[in-house]
Design a protein around this ligand. Structure first.
Ligand SMILES: *Cc1c(COP(=O)(O)O)cnc(C)c1O
Length: 249
């Protein structure tokens, strides 16, 4: 769902610019949804704030953004404490020795990519008596440089999760290869196909529900929406003038 309210007038130049970038992103999400007959209500934009400081986060909040993503545990903790009314998503590699700073703090953990991580989250969630929502990260493209489980490992993880009362798997996440549109689309389509194939197996299971597809970043979020994304993780395109994005720096 797109709940953010946009105010284009008023505020400093930076607020106007974040708000304008946000408005432009939401506009292209709406257009992409129309092309494939989806409702824009199904799509949530998360502001990935790993490259900006608290001042810009405050400006984003003022511009109506309330979902943020961090890929480092230390920043997740700091910023969730600084902005406790906002939703904080953890999108980075999970180190099991940092699990205490994630569980119960992250609205949604996007990047669970091993049995070890899943088990550690489950144990900690039971300890503090919460149900931790999470996604399983899948390496759809098979690139060696990407985190994420294989489709076969995915099934094992989901089966394991059916036994866990303190976790709720809400869907799948992936990162697409950059720079090749057809490979990007194939990756997003692959994640959706996996979801469609496995979802019926867990029907009625309280701890596994594969509704959410977290896929799409600044470079490729339009393709992701066309391929069924429900959560977009957008950093640079939100914070910086989009016309500067072609600059390799
Ligand atoms: C940094 C990051 C993003 C955002 O990337 P942009 O290209 O800046 O939009 C999305 N997902 C993950 C996992 C990231 O680490």
């Amino acid at each position: 769902m797109i709940t953010s309210r946009i105010s284009l007038n008023g505020g400093s130049r930076t607020i106007a610019s974040i708000a304008q970038n946000h408005a432009a992103i939401l506009e292209s999400v709406v257009a992409a949804c129309a092309r494939v007959d989806r409702s824009p209500e199904e799509v949530t934009v998360i502001a990935v704030s790993k490259t900006v400081g608290p001042a810009q986060i405050a400006e984003a909040v003022a511009a109506g953004i309330h979902d943020f993503g961090e890929n480092r545990t230390s920043l997740l903790k700091q910023r969730q404490e600084l902005f406790p009314s906002e939703s904080w998503h953890f999108i980075g590699r999970i180190q099991t020795n940092k699990i205490r700073d994630i569980v119960g703090r992250a609205t949604l953990v996007h990047s669970v990519a091993s049995q070890r991580a899943l088990q550690a989250i489950s144990v900690r969630a039971r300890e503090i008596d919460v149900v931790q929502k999470l996604l399983i990260e899948v390496n759809v493209s098979g690139e060696a440089s990407k985190d994420g489980v294989t489709p076969e490992q995915l099934l094992e993880l989901l089966d394991l999760a059916t036994q866990m009362k303190h976790i709720a798997i809400c869907g799948l996440m992936t990162i697409a290869p950059q720079g090749d549109e057809s490979a990007t689309r194939r990756t997003f389509n692959g994640l959706r196909t996996l979801r469609d194939r496995y979802a019926p197996r867990y029907e009625g299971c309280p701890s596994v529900n594969l509704c959410e597809l977290s896929m799409g970043m600044t470079e490729d979020y339009v393709l992701a929406v066309e391929e069924g994304a429900t959560i977009l993780r957008i950093g640079r395109g939100l914070w910086f003038d989009p016309t500067l994005l072609d600059d390799p720096a």
